[in-house]
Design a protein around this ligand. Structure first.
Ligand SMILES: [Zn+2]
Ligand SMILES: [Zn+2]
Ligand SMILES: [Zn+2]
Ligand SMILES: [Zn+2]
Ligand SMILES: [Zn+2]
Ligand SMILES: [Zn+2]
Ligand SMILES: [Zn+2]
Length: 1869
């Protein structure tokens, strides 16, 4: 054994032995028969210690087991020994022989996708792995997908799992492969046997956590630092608790502690320390003594200490190797059947340490990974072949009690316990049946359950759960037994063998024992006087019920198929019921009378004695009873048998417990149990709830129906009436005069109880869609349920399936769907937000029953209302009559008799008579309605002819029913019920009509009772008027009369009008005709026609030439229009006072939201950082002072908010608030300013307006002036005294111009008169800009001087404009399309604010004025001076640089400019520097200078487009592009235009192209180099096309056409931005000629901006344009040759993360519209694509929550402890980190495995609807339903537009505000 010194880093020594010699030695031994498994075990033990390494560095231990070396040195020799000299070849040959596995058994990892077939799967547990699914027939069937919780395995190839298509292609092919092998000879197998047993023995021995391994390796050495403290996983401590312990006790650094914890979670244990035994042991004890602080949920388990042990290093090494060995071994035996056979044979040897029994039982002693390894081995080794599976199943069953008890004591998750194998074994039908028959597993499961889970709670033969939460944990674990039970019984056998029957009955006996103690559990007693002190525990009992309910249903289902079973089970149940004393045993018998009927009743006062909701035994009886009839048995036929056993159970006793519970429920409804608190109400809720009612409410009703069919009807009714305490109500003679003495309270109660009683009676008679009660099937039952549900409202697919009980049959889904489609139609969703819903067809409405027993009160009234509306619309009687009832089965037939028994008529008579006589105190309208409903049942039952004994009509005559009904119909008080009464009468008369032929036979003397007489009597007698009208009919008549009158008068008026009109037209005929002609002519004055006439360019220089254009509107330049005055009156949304903008008045502001953004800048460019700021603004106006008040109160609120809601990232950030009016998220304000041109003094404006072209400084002079300015700015500091004023600059620039001309052109004015607070607003806006930028830079707050916040404002302005342009483009909106208010007002507020700010910024006076007015003493002129001192130089420097590159061809070239951004910066920075020394100001508002800046930038952009034009590529694209009429027209126009150009211009164009175009130059230099430029398109096509075009010597004309069209297209982004920008600046509206539908047109935009739209003009060598373009182009060429530029690529988006300088890129004229990642169309493709993805920090760990960034497509390891990068010194989740860089603090992520989309922003977040929908148009967050999902483009577009429109923050805030979102630690995402 080697020991290593602690101080040296350990390196594995070279192998001591030559491996070949070792193999030789084994072979010799093997031949002599002396080779033992001990030899190998010793080998494993000594060798494995060599590959374990650890390092102690800085308190942290790092351990590594070198697996690859161990594989080579230990495992490979074994393989060689087993398979012979050339193991690799042997394995290869074996592969060729073909795999013999016909089942897949691939074990699923956590989160791996699984597929189940809804058509073929035998039950929902049958699943396929991706590979099998893809190559199986099921992919074409209806399938479901879900993601595995880990541990299950693929069922491909299992005959019993699938009804058909059991095999995928691969496994079907494997069936043909021979089981024998030429490679695996007998000798090989013998060697394998020895090796296998050595491997198994080694692993068994060493993997156990505690004693064996350590003892083995101790060797008595207790000194030396060769021990480890190992910490194990448990599920009772949280990550944070363990991290806390580690940092506190083991002194780990936080980061290391987190790594260790992640490892513990992953592998189940981790080494915490390596040191001497003492040190290690001390640590162990310290950890164990550490009391873990209580977490929120404190259960008994949480007080336990962490599990630790001290192990010898060698022991750890052996364990690590054993894990590796097991993993390898599992893969090895998968290779061939013969290996598995050997393995199975070995582990069946009972005396070996590795026998199955031991493996099963010692599972609990292992840690997580070790367990998983064994489980996988068992699955691979034992589940592939049926015989082995059976063997394992048998052993598993035999050990079941032990391993389950171990599991319950243990605290690992179920999937990490050997118990979880049950799903593999018990779901195989033949195995399950075998186990029940031979191993008594049914009995064993329930016995174990009884013993471990409930026995301790039994008091007095009934269950009473305690309120102790601690017991819940183990109770929950015990419930897994009941899941196993469900697996076991999920298949009803075809037939029963004697053994199976016995085994099953044994199980039933155990089940009945459980039910017996559940009968009456958690009893409740009505609380009188005081309220309950505490809410009693009730959940435990209901949980038990829920877990057991499906088993009960299954048992009944099994029993129903076998008469013998049923008989025995019936007797067993009767025996249990007789022995159970709950209620029945305590009640005494008493005789009760009602009317003329007497009955013996059990007396049990529900209002004082305990009752219970839980009566599983009675319900079980009812369940069994339902099936007796099908086997020719009945209560009576079995009576003799039970009585022979001395078991007497009469019908009264059967129903008594249920009746008590019903009475209690009725009393609750009558308000008698109010003091019992909420727990009772909760219980009653669940009693009816879809999850419980199948084995609760439904069975109770069957039980009462059983009683009703077994008892004489009057007797049954007396039982009920007595239990409801209503004898006196039914028979007033019993309590004479009592109604007077009754207190009001009692009276109200009695009325309410009577109501409940009648409703229960309706339910007992009417709810018979139950197989066994009447002649219906399960499908009919389902159908009824669905109809009733759809009568409430239309349901979406998921709502509907949630509202239906789970079926037990495997493919109930399909049945449900069939039934649904038979009664309803699916309405497809209409919008993105709506779901598709099912609507009930017309016909099934007839089956509606308003008293449906599953309805809640709300559902009932909703359904009733809908039904009435529907009938009204159809002009039917407006009421909800009872439906026709299905025919009762023979066993239940006598139930129908209730409807004609004495007591029934007595009740009917009572109710109707009291109603007619004015109700009295005892009867309400509700009683009447219910009685009518019952009468409806009775009439229809007789009409159905199902029951020959039924003679309701005859009996009804004794109470003169018809007469009474007619009276009711006429009674004016009963208006509301008239239609129902009429309906009843109609049906009654139908009954009467059928009696007609026979009435004469009966001929009883009572005159009016003969039908003929009755009929005529009804029509004409007593009152002699027409039969009463229904309310509907009456309304209809009135309506008809009214509408007839209306129609008549309308017709009259129409006729008059028509006459008048005709005479008018006649007299004015000529006038009409001329008007028509005029409109025709006007149409020709259209833009398109004029712009395509070519003379117009040639005359372009002469002003009068452009007739058409000069009439249009321009906002800039020589033809400039002036803004029309717009109203500026507002109402402050805070104080509601009227206000208007004026420069002297108090400033108005509008709340705005500032965010960092990466949406449209995809790469950093030369002019600034990659991140920009975006502003949005809702446009609601308030006083600045009002806002300040509001804001400070919001701020305090924010500070007071609980810590958990605050952003954990401790960076400074702008306080968020909501617009007080519209609640839009905001974090700053923008000033609302007047239109800029109005800020000019009237004189200046007039001068500008009146001046002719000659009075302006021309463009070339402007250029010269700018060049001079740039030199001056560089030469002298602006603070210097000699900083030149505008005049001196004018002089120096040496141009012919005067000062007045300059002043006119630049619109130089005095300082703008701004209110003192105006600058304060702007400064606060600036502060917000700076803060926002800092959060992105993650830097500590820089002082004012460090950050150029002023330029930030200009950049923000240009970015916001560009973002809007892109958004409009993406939504295909032209400029003139209606802009939402928030865009419109945001833009103008921002541009105006920037413009005014630029004019006042450099003025010391302005700044001082502001400071002194704002905060008093703290402000000083000194700080103002300082601000300007620092501000000025930076502005100067920037302007100088800008001017240099624009006019002096220095620095970067047009290729690297974003021309629009440049334009905005120049506009706001340059003019006021020009006049700085004059102490004057320039307000950029559309002056000639502004126009020149635009022209310069326009020319620059134009040059860039020309230079980057690629003829070959354009040509190729042109061919591919589908031709639209619009594009064709434009092409035609362009052709004509080019043809009309003067030759000189054409020549210039071609020359420019040849000299400057890059593609042209490159293609001249080297043919292949085109691609260098051409990064956006790839592929040989273009190259080929280029070559072809070059060979053809491209046609000059074609070239020019293509070039000019290209240029126009490429200019559109710049022009659109410019249009938006200048509109806000000049307030000149877009002209009406701008299109509303089509794309914006080049000519129109140019014209609006005052630019020349005819491109030919720019190539006139005489003009300054051509000179400028030439110099731009020359610079670009030079620059491009010196630097290796590349086109901007989207992939460089996150390059800001890299510290390296950003690459030099060409900024294209037209940026690609930003897009989100393209997603797979089929969701399963997406989920499969990440099924094998690993965490980037840990290659061994699969990502638990793979999360895709939808902006860039990166897949991140979300919300996990393994990936917690640092962001600004805080550890955050991978998504938060990524979002910071990728989306500038906001991100859109798709959590792939649970199909959820998350928006993340600044520590906040929200879940939004994922873009994947199923065929019903519904999302499936968390994959709960598993329907196949497909990408919904509309839904994805919505996410896209929210992102593109910068609305994510807003959306997050909105969703968080509205919903009560559980607090999520979003930054951990
Ligand atoms: Zn598979
Ligand atoms: Zn397969
Ligand atoms: Zn299928
Ligand atoms: Zn106000
Ligand atoms: Zn607002
Ligand atoms: Zn990303
Ligand atoms: Zn990770």
């Amino acid at each position: 054994m080697d020991r290593y010194d602690m101080d040296i880093v350990v390196v594995a020594p070279p192998p001591e032995h030559d491996t070949s010699s070792r193999i030789k030695e084994w072979r010799l031994k093997s031949q002599s028969g002396t080779l033992k498994d001990k030899d190998f075990m010793e080998f494993f033990k000594t060798e494995s210690t060599k590959y374990f390494e650890f390092q102690n560095e800085m308190e942290t231990v790092k351990c590594v087991f070198k697996e690859s070396l161990a594989k080579e040195e230990i495992i490979d020799p074994i393989i060689e020994f087993m398979l012979g000299d050339k193991p690799a070849q042997a394995l290869e040959k074996l592969q060729k022989e073909g795999n013999t596995a016909t089942v897949c058994n691939k074990v699923f990892k956590n989160g791996e996708p699984t597929y189940s077939c809804r058509e073929c799967g035998v039950d929902p547990t049958c699943v396929l792995c991706v590979n099998c699914f893809k190559s199986s027939a099921h992919r074409f069937h209806k399938y479901k997908m879900s993601s595995s919780g880990g541990g299950g395995c693929c069922d491909c190839g299992d005959d019993e799992a699938w009804k058909r298509d059991q095999y995928c292609e691969l496994h079907l092919a494997n069936r043909k492969n021979p089981l024998e092998s030429n490679i695996i000879t007998k000798a090989v197998l013998e060697r394998c046997e020895i090796c296998f047993s050595a491997i198994l023995a080694f692993c068994v021995k060493f993997l156990e956590i505690e004693p064996n391994a350590s003892m083995e390796c101790l060797d008595g050495e207790l000194d030396g630092a060769n021990f480890c403290t190992v910490l194990y996983n448990d599920e009772s401590h949280t990550f944070d608790q363990v991290i806390h312990t580690l940092t506190k006790i083991a002194k780990c650094r936080q980061k290391d502690a987190m790594e260790i914890v992640a490892a513990i979670d992953r592998e189940g244990r981790a080494v915490v320390k390596c040191d001497t035994f003492k040190e290690c042991n001390d640590l162990k004890e310290a950890i164990e003594n550490q009391m873990i602080p209580h977490s929120g949920l404190h259960t008994a388990r949480h007080s336990q200490s962490l599990r630790t042990s001290v192990l010898n290093i060698n022991a750890v090494a052996c364990q690590q190797f054993a894990l590796q060995l097991l993993g390898w071994f599992q893969e090895f035996i998968v290779r061939h059947y013969l290996f598995r056979r050997t393995f199975a044979m070995l582990i069946q040897q009972k005396n070996e340490p590795f026998c199955i029994r031991h493996i099963l039982e010692y599972d609990v002693k292992l840690w997580k990974t070790a367990r998983t390894c064994w489980h996988r081995l068992l699955i691979s080794g034992m589940l592939m072949e049926y015989q082995n599976k059976m063997v394992l199943a048998q052993e598993f069953s035999r050990r079941y009690a032990t391993i389950v008890e171990d599991f319950i004591r243990d605290d690992h998750d179920h999937s990490f316990s050997i118990v979880s194998l049950s799903v593999q074994l018990f779901t195989v039908p033949s195995i399950a049946h075998h186990l029940i028959a031979e191993e008594g597993i049914f009995d064993k499961l329930l016995h174990t359950f009884y013993h471990v889970a409930i026995e301790e709670f039994i008091r007095n033969r009934t269950l009473h759960f305690s309120k102790d939460m601690a017991s819940m944990a183990f109770f929950k674990r015990a419930n897994y037994i009941l899941y196993d039970l469900r697996y076991l019984l999920s298949f009803k056998p075809e037939s029963f063998s004697e053994e199976l029957r016995t085994g099953f009955l044994d199980g039933c006996k155990a089940l009945i024992r459980v039910l017996n103690v559940m009968q009456g559990m958690e009893p409740i007693t009505r609380q009188m006087g005081q309220h309950m002190d505490y809410e009693p525990e009730w959940e435990c009992a209901f949980n038990l019920h829920i877990k057991l309910a499906s088993t009960i249903s299954q048992v009944i289902e099994w029993a129903s198929s076998d008469a013998e079973l049923l008989r025995k089970l019936y007797k067993m149940t009767v025996r249990a019921l007789v022995s159970n004393s709950f209620i029945v045993g305590q009640a005494k018998l008493e005789s009760k009378r009602c009317g003329h009927n007497m009955a013996d009743c059990l007396i049990y006062d529900v209002s004082t004695q305990p009752v219970s909701i839980h009566l599983p035994l009675s319900r079980f009886y009812a369940g069994i009873y339902l099936h007796l009839g099908a086997h020719g048995m009945s209560y009576d036929s079995l009576l003799a048998e039970t009585e022979a056993l001395n078991l007497r159970l009469n019908p009264r006793e059967i129903i008594q417990p249920v009746l008590c519970t019903q009475a209690m429920i009725a009393q609750v409804a009558a308000g008698m149990w109010r003091r019992n608190g909420y727990s009772l109400l909760h219980q009653l809720y669940f009693y009816r709830n879809v999850r419980c009612r199948v084995e609760m409410l439904d069975r109770d009703i069957v039980c009462l129906q059983t009683g009703a069919s077994l008892m004489e009807s009057n007797e049954f009714l007396i039982q009920m009436i007595n239990m409801f305490n209503l004898l006196g109500w039914v028979d007033p003679s019993l309590e004479p005069g009592i109604s007077q003495t009754q207190s009001d309270d009692e009276h109200v109660r009695q009325v309410a109880m009577a109501d409940e009683f009648l409703e229960l009676l309706i339910v007992i008679i009417g709810e018979r869609w139950m197989p066994g009660v009447s002649r219906v099937t399960e499908q009919d039952r389902l159908r009824k349920e669905i109809i009733q549900l759809l009568c409430i409202k239309s349901y979406s697919h998921s709502e509907l399936s949630r509202a239906l009980p789970d079926g037990n049959a495997g493919n109930s889904d399909n049945i449900i769907e069939d039934v649904i489609s038979s009664v309803a139609v699916f309405k497809k969703p209409v919008g993105v937000d709506s779901k598709g819903v099912y609507e009930l067809k017309e016909q099934p409405h007839e089956e509606f029953n308003v008293y449906f027993y599953h309805y809640t009160k709300e559902e009932k009234s909703k359904a009733e209302e809908l039904q009435r509306e529907r009938r009204k619309a159809k002009k039917e009687l407006v009421c909800c009559p009872p439906p026709m009832l299905p025919q009762l089965t023979p066993a239940f037939t006598s139930m129908a008799n209730i409807l004609q028994c004495d007591l029934f008529f007595m009740i009917v008579e009572q109710v109707i008579d009291s109603t007619l006589s004015g109700f009295g105190r005892r009867i309400t309208e509700s009683h009447l309605q219910k009685v009518l409903h019952l009468l409806g049942f009775a009439i229809q039952e007789e009409l159905s002819d199902h029951y020959p004994f039924l003679s309701f009509y005859k009996s009804s005559q004794s109470i003169r029913l018809q007469e009474k009904l007619e009276k009711l119909a006429r009674c004016p008080r009963l208006e509301a019920h008239r239609d129902f009464v009429l309906w009843t009468l109609q049906r009654y008369k139908q009954l009467q009509a059928r009696q007609a032929p026979s009435t004469s036979l009966y001929g009883t003397g009572g005159g009016a009772s003969t039908s003929a007489a009755a009929l005529s009597g009804a029509a004409h007698s007593s009152h002699g008027d027409a039969p009463p009208l229904s309310s509907e009919q009456q309304q209809l008549r009135e309506k008809e009369a009214r509408s007839r009158l209306a129609a008549e008068s309308r017709a009259k008026i129409m006729a008059q009008m028509q006459n008048a009109q005709q005479s008018f037209i006649k007299s004015n005929a000529e006038m009409f005709a001329s008007e028509l002609r005029a409109t025709d002519d006007g149409g020709s004055m259209d833009w398109e026609d004029i712009s395509s006439t070519d003379e117009f360019f040639t005359e372009g220089d002469e002003e009068e030439g452009a007739v058409g254009l000069s009439t249009g509107v321009a906002c800039l330049g020589a033809r400039r229009n002036f803004c029309s005055p717009t109203a500026n009156h507002f109402k402050c949304i805070l104080c509601f006072e009227d206000c208007s903008i004026s420069s002297s008045g108090p400033p108005l502001v509008s709340s705005a939201f500032l965010q960092t953004s990466h949406v449209i800048y995809t790469a950093p460019s030369v002019e600034g950082p990659a991140t920009a700021l975006h502003v949005s603004c809702c446009g609601h106006v308030m006083h600045y002072n009002c806002w300040k008040e509001y804001y400070s109160s919001e701020e305090t609120k924010e500070m007071r908010r609980p810590q958990r809601n605050r952003v954990p990232l401790n960076q400074p950030q702008n306080v968020e608030f909501h617009c007080p009016y519209c609640r839009t998220l905001s974090n700053t304000v923008l000033p609302v300013s007047e239109a800029l041109p109005k800020m000019l003094p009237p004189a200046a404006a007039a001068a500008a307006a009146g001046a002719g072209a000659a009075t302006w400084m021309p463009l070339d002079c402007f250029v010269e002036l700018m060049r001079t300015l740039s030199v001056e700015l560089k030469r002298s500091k602006p603070n210097d005294a000699d900083f030149p004023n505008s005049q001196s600059i004018l002089r120096k620039s040496d141009i012919v111009s005067d000062v007045a001309q300059l002043e006119r052109s630049a619109q130089i004015t005095e300082q703008p008169p701004l209110h003192a607070n105006w600058l304060e607003v702007m400064n606060s806006f600036h502060k917000a800009l700076r803060t926002a930028m800092q959060t992105q830079l993650l830097q500590p707050a820089a002082n004012d001087e460090d950050m150029d916040t002023v330029s930030l404002a200009w950049i923000t302005c240009s970015y916001t404009v560009q973002a809007l342009e892109v958004y409009l483009y993406a939504t295909q909106k032209p400029l003139r399309a209606e802009l939402p208010m928030r865009h419109q007002s945001c833009m103008s507020n921002l541009v105006r604010a920037c413009s005014l700010y630029s004019a006042s910024l450099l003025s010391k006076e302005q700044q001082q004025q502001q400071r002194s007015s704002s905060t008093g003493p703290s402000s000083s002129s000194e700080s103002t001076a300082k601000l300007i001192d620092t501000l000025l130089p930076s502005q100067c420097e920037q302007v100088a640089k800008l001017l240099d590159s624009l006019f002096n061809q220095k620095g970067c070239s047009v290729l690297e400019w974003d021309c629009f951004r440049m334009l905005v910066k120049l506009t706001f920075m340059m003019p006021n520097l020009l006049v700085y020394a004059d102490k004057k100001a320039i307000i950029p508002s559309g002056s000639m200078f502004d126009f020149y800046i635009l022209q310069s930038c326009f020319l620059a952009n134009l040059t860039k487009a020309l230079v980057l034009f690629n003829y070959e590529r354009e040509h190729a694209k042109q061919l591919k592009r589908p031709a639209t009429t619009e594009s064709e027209e434009r092409a035609m126009a362009m052709h004509e235009y080019v043809e009309g150009l003067p030759e000189k211009i054409k020549h210039n164009m071609v020359a420019f192209y040849q000299n400057n175009n890059f593609a042209r130059i490159t293609s001249l230099y080297e043919q292949g180099a085109v691609q260098q430029m051409d990064v956006s398109t790839t592929g040989g096509d273009d190259v080929a096309a280029a070559a072809a075009a070059a060979a053809a010597g491209c046609d000059e004309h074609e070239l020019l056409v293509a070039m000019l069209m290209y240029v126009q297209r490429e200019m559109s982004s710049f022009l659109r931005c410019a249009c938006l920008f200048y509109r806000c600046m000049t307030d000149v509206e877009f002209p009406d000629s701008f299109p509303l539908e089509q794309h914006d047109r080049f000519e129109l935009m140019c014209h609006y901006l005052g630019l020349e739209s005819q491109l030919g003009v720019y190539f006139d060598m005489e003009s300054v344009y051509a000179t400028m373009m030439q110099s731009f182009a020359a610079h670009a060429k030079e620059r491009w040759e010196s630097l290796n530029l590349s086109l901007e690529k989207p992939t460089q988006r996150i390059s800001s993360q890299l510290p390296s300088p950003p690459p030099r890129v060409i900024v294209p004229c037209q940026r690609a519209v930003p897009k989100l990642v393209k997603l797979f169309d089929d969701y399963s493709d997406l989920i499969n694509s990440v099924s094998d993805i690993f965490c980037p920090n840990n290659e061994r760990e699969e990502m638990k929550t793979p999360t895709m960034c939808l902006i860039c497509g990166t897949i991140l390891c979300g919300q996990s402890y393994c990936c917690q990068p640092e962001l600004g010194k805080i550890q955050v989740g991978a998504c938060t980190h990524h979002a910071h860089y990728c989306g500038a603090e906001v991100g859109i992520f798709l959590r792939i495995r649970d199909c959820q989309v998350v928006y993340l922003g600044r520590g906040k977040g929200c879940f939004v609807q994922p873009p994947y929908l199923d065929e019903y148009g519904e999302t499936d967050q968390g994959l709960r339903r598993g329907n196949p999902l497909r990408l919904c483009k509309a839904a994805y577009d919505r996410i896209y537009l929210q992102w593109l429109g910068h609305n994510l923050h807003e959306e997050i805030a909105r969703l968080n505000e509205n919903a009560n979102v559980a607090v999520t630690q979003w930054h951990h995402m």
